[in-house]
Design a protein around this ligand. Structure first.
Ligand code: ZN
Length: 167
């Protein structure tokens, strides 16, 4: 992925953070349906952090409305080759949600790390490096939670069409 300007990069970063914030809010709702308050709280917390990132980017760019960029979409754990955007399965368990989160946090960390070493003004590089570090912290946080939640049964979704990202 390449960007012709800082503006373009920031617009992409904004879309990425906005997508993360809304996905985490959805995941939190889903975990509440499963009465998993702990994981729901984790996702609420992450939603707030990504929202803050999104607003920081808008404030820095002095945007008063969302930048006109194509929507950024989270991927399933297997990456873009699995096709379309991920879908939330109503039986989704913490393990599934955390796997998706992990994949996309890693993507975010890589994105900011790449920009942090690009030929852009030093202050932008510094900011990208800071964002990359925060996203790496999310990766570690999500990894720690993945180790704590149970593995789903093989038939967790048996009465339904499996979502594409579990193929
Ligand atoms: Zn994050």
């Amino acid at each position: 992925m390449s960007f012709r300007s800082v503006d373009e990069f920031m617009a992409h970063a904004w879309a990425m953070e906005a997508e993360a914030a809304s996905r985490y809010a959805e995941f939190a709702d889903q975990m509440e349906v499963h009465n998993n308050t702990e994981v729901a709280e984790l996702f609420r917390k992450l939603a707030r952090i990504e929202e803050k990132h999104r607003d920081q980017i808008a404030a820095r760019m002095k945007w008063t409305q969302p930048p006109g960029v194509g929507a950024y979409r989270w991927e399933g754990p297997e990456g873009p080759e699995t096709g379309s955007t991920i879908e939330l399965h109503y039986l989704m368990q913490p393990h599934h949600a955390l796997k998706i989160a992990l994949h996309n946090e890693q993507r975010a960390a890589d994105f900011f790390a790449r920009f942090a070493s690009a030929r852009v003004p030093a202050d932008v590089r510094a900011e990208a490096a800071e964002m990359a570090e925060e996203e790496r912290e999310h990766v570690r946080l999500v990894e720690a939670w993945l180790a704590k939640v149970p593995l789903p049964d093989a038939d967790w979704d048996q009465d339904l069409d499996p979502p594409g990202w579990l193929d």
